[in-house]
Design a protein around this ligand. Structure first.
Ligand SMILES: *Cc1c(COP(=O)(O)O)cnc(C)c1O
Length: 360
């Protein structure tokens, strides 16, 4: 089976972990600091704050912007559920706007109509490694004095005209094993604001300003030095990993038949966390079964839009109708694109997809 994702852990990561274990500094030590500095540099921002997960990064970023009960945060329904759940956890209400059917990202032209006097922030997701339309998002946010929190959990190193994910507002990244780089589990918050960075550091570690001096209510959302050592070694390989993903995506786009490959608007560097095609209506599930039967791993991101998840409909009473997100959830299929695919794997993926169309 060609897997849909495979983390690439080499000797560098193994050596770095052993060095941490030998050092005796296992948590919040020099590796976390070094990883934060290197990650901030990669994004082109002045601060990065390491956390225990991408979900913790999103949650802490929202809290640092003062989001809480009574507030509304505008976001997309076509994402991993952590995006909207992190808003719920603060006590605020996620307000969904539909997606652009071409990019799968939230439709920036639909934002204006969703703003109310309770809106405090916009939380776009850079889905599958493609930045949302940040020019429009940031313009609208500035006009209404809203915070921008980027869910960049799938977009390490992605950019628009050279400006990287995580540098438009406050960024939140995940370092889970399936992402473009990993620390096993982990997350990162990025910001240019000294105040937001300071607030995030307080929330991450029980509101401690100095030893024993707890200024705020906080959490233990810290990253360990063991995880930071893995993350730092992976960060050095990120550009190379992304370049291979982009080349794999290019090959697949040029050779696949009968499905619509991802479209990359001009000026964007799509880093292909997922290579997500649209399958002709009504054929998606049969194609997924065909691929799996022939040894090609594939996955549906996302089979149920967030506003249709049982917790949102049954418990929270969401009745939204989001036609583009709902249609996408019945047509999308993600194919392997990760950097450990061989040339033979790519040929197998293409042949298996293409024969499905021919056999119908
Ligand atoms: C992975 C992911 C998250 C959550 O990250 P974790 O590290 O698993 O907590 C949030 N949003 C999106 C879009 C993701 O892909």
């Amino acid at each position: 089976m060609i897997p849909i994702a495979r983390p690439l852990i080499g000797d560098e990561e193994k050596q770095a972990v052993l060095e941490v274990l030998d050092s005796g500094m296992l948590a919040q030590g020099p590796r976390v600091r070094a990883f934060e500095e290197a990650f901030a540099q990669m994004c082109g921002v002045s601060h990065a704050i390491a956390t225990s997960s991408g979900t913790a990064a999103l949650y802490v970023a929202l809290l640092a912007h003062g989001i809480g009960p009574g507030d509304e945060v505008i976001t997309t329904p076509f994402s991993f559920i952590a995006t909207a759940n992190s808003i719920l956890l603060t006590g605020a209400r996620p307000v969904f706007v539909d997606i652009d059917p071409v990019t799968f990202n939230l439709d920036a032209n639909a934002l204006d109509a969703a703003v109310t006097d309770r809106t405090k922030a916009i939380l776009p997701v850079h889905l599958f490694g493609l930045l949302a339309d940040m020019e429009k998002v940031c313009d609208l946010a500035a006009a209404h004095h809203l915070a921008v929190i980027e869910d960049a959990c799938q977009a390490h190193g992605a950019d628009h005209k050279g400006q990287r994910a995580g540098s438009f507002g406050t960024g939140a990244f995940s370092l889970y094993p399936t992402k473009n780089m990993t620390s096993a589990e982990g997350g990162m918050i990025t910001t240019d604001s000294d105040e937001i960075a300071a607030a995030c550091r307080l929330l991450r570690h029980h509101g401690v300003v100095r030893s024993h001096d707890h200024k705020e209510l906080g959490f233990n959302f810290r990253m360990t030095d063991v995880h930071a050592a893995i993350g730092l070694a992976q960060l050095h390989k990120l550009d190379q990993f992304n370049a291979i993903r982009i080349a794999n995506a290019d090959y697949l786009s040029r050779h696949l038949q009968g499905v619509a490959p991802p479209r990359v608007p001009a000026g964007y560097r799509h880093t292909f966390h997922q290579f997500t095609v649209r399958v002709p209506h009504g054929q998606r599930d049969a194609m997924a079964a065909h691929l799996k039967a022939h040894g090609v791993g594939c996955a549906i991101y996302y089979a149920i839009p967030i506003h249709r998840q049982p917790y949102y409909t049954d418990r929270l009473g969401y009745t939204d109708c989001m036609p583009h997100a709902e249609r996408a959830s019945t047509e999308v299929l993600s194919l392997p694109v990760h950097p450990s695919l061989s040339g033979e794997d790519l040929e197998t993926i293409v042949a298996t997809v293409n024969v499905f169309g021919v056999s119908r």
